[in-house]
Design a protein around this ligand. Structure first.
Ligand code: PHE
Length: 345
């Protein structure tokens, strides 16, 4: 019997040693220390022993139990440590490895100009309006006083989707939507930046898609002088202090009078250089007083109110401001071009 105890001990120690996973070790525990395990089996055999041998036997089996338990615990701790070591090795980070460079984008130069204009006009209390690029002929032309036979309606100039639907040719379409929405309510003070489309052949100064930002103010006693002051402020903010603004007569169906607006050349301060072609002035936008008929069509009384409107091309402003000589650069997605603007971001 005593030899049997020794044998169980040796077997158990060997089995514990051989168990190389926590699961295997648990199976060994059950095999030896479980209710139906070998050690319990030895205990049950005690009742067959003569009375005087029982204490010594009991002691031995208890010793066996303790030895096996201790060995199991030690093995369990060792296994746990090994598992942790393997995991740490697998998760180890080599901080000396070069990192993966994240390609960060930059704001597109046209969006920069748009944001500059937005904050400049929001600062003066203007709202920013939005409208669809796929537009109804009604808002793009009809409400803007552009009659059926006007050359702007020509298939040569406009992308038509169907006879009544087109890609807006100017942000004036948004102005008309806003005027209609206001239902004669005053005052109106808003800008509408956005993309516009025309059937132009692309070259250094023309693009079939470009961006405009239009401004519209309607209220009591609004005059051409208000327009001039506003544009002067805009020119000084966008092109630097000291800019002057000059009006030349022009024609737009939706404004009367209409003007072409020049800014004194920011490159030579009006003295004359290659950018302004020696004139000292650079044309930047079209503007005028909202045509009384446009006000009327939209439910405003031209006897009681008046308004001014202007429309500026964002590419034109960006080209002047950043010295860009080809409008196509804005639409080519050439990273060498786009990355130049991260310093303005
Ligand atoms: N809509 C005109 C254009 O696209 C610009 C403009 C806007 C002119 C508002 C006058 C008033 O050229």
């Amino acid at each position: 019997m005593i030899e049997q105890i020794e044998q169980v001990l040796q077997e158990a120690l060997a089995a514990i040693d051989a168990a190389d996973t926590p699961e295997a070790l648990n199976a060994v525990r059950i095999q030896y220390l479980g209710k139906k395990g070998s050690i319990q089996a030895l205990m049950t055999k005690m009742k067959d022993l003569p009375k005087e041998e029982k204490p010594a036997f009991g002691q031995k089996v208890n010793g066996l139990k303790t030895a096996v338990s201790e060995q199991l615990e030690a093995r369990q701790a060792a296994l746990k440590e090994a598992v942790q070591k393997t995991r740490m090795a697998a998760e180890a980070i080599d901080i000396t490895l070069p990192g993966t460079k994240l390609e960060a984008g930059t704001t597109h130069p046209l969006i920069m100009i748009q944001q500059e204009l937005e904050s400049l006009f929001v600062g003066m209390g203007y709202k920013i309006a939005e409208g669809p690029e796929v537009e109804d002929d009604y808002y793009n032309f009809e409400l803007a006083n552009i009659p059926q036979d006007h050359p702007a309606r020509d298939m040569q100039d406009t992308f038509y989707i169907d006879p009544r639907t087109l890609l807006r040719t100017h942000t004036t379409a948004m102005q008309m939507r806003e005027l209609e929405k206001a239902k004669g309510g005053l005052p109106i003070k808003l800008i509408c930046p956005g993309k516009v489309y025309r059937r132009d052949d692309d070259d250094a100064t023309h693009s079939h898609q470009f961006m405009q930002c239009e401004g519209l103010v309607v209220g009591e006693h609004i005059t051409l002088a208000d327009l001039k002051g506003t544009l002067e402020y805009m020119a000084n903010t966008m092109f630097g202090e000291g800019r002057k603004v000059r009006f030349r007569p022009s024609y737009f169906p939706f404004t009367e009078p209409s003007v072409e607006v020049d800014v004194s050349c920011p490159f030579c301060n009006g003295k004359g250089c290659s950018v302004c072609k020696g004139s000292g002035w650079i044309e930047i936008l079209g503007a005028g007083m909202v045509h009384p008929h446009v006000l009327e069509m939209n439910g405003f009384d031209p006897e009681k109110c008046s308004g001014f409107a202007f429309g500026v091309g964002l590419e034109r402003v960006a080209m002047l401001k950043y010295g860009i000589d080809d409008i196509r650069n804005f639409y080519m997605n050439d990273l060498r071009f786009l990355k130049m603007f991260d310093r303005f971001d």
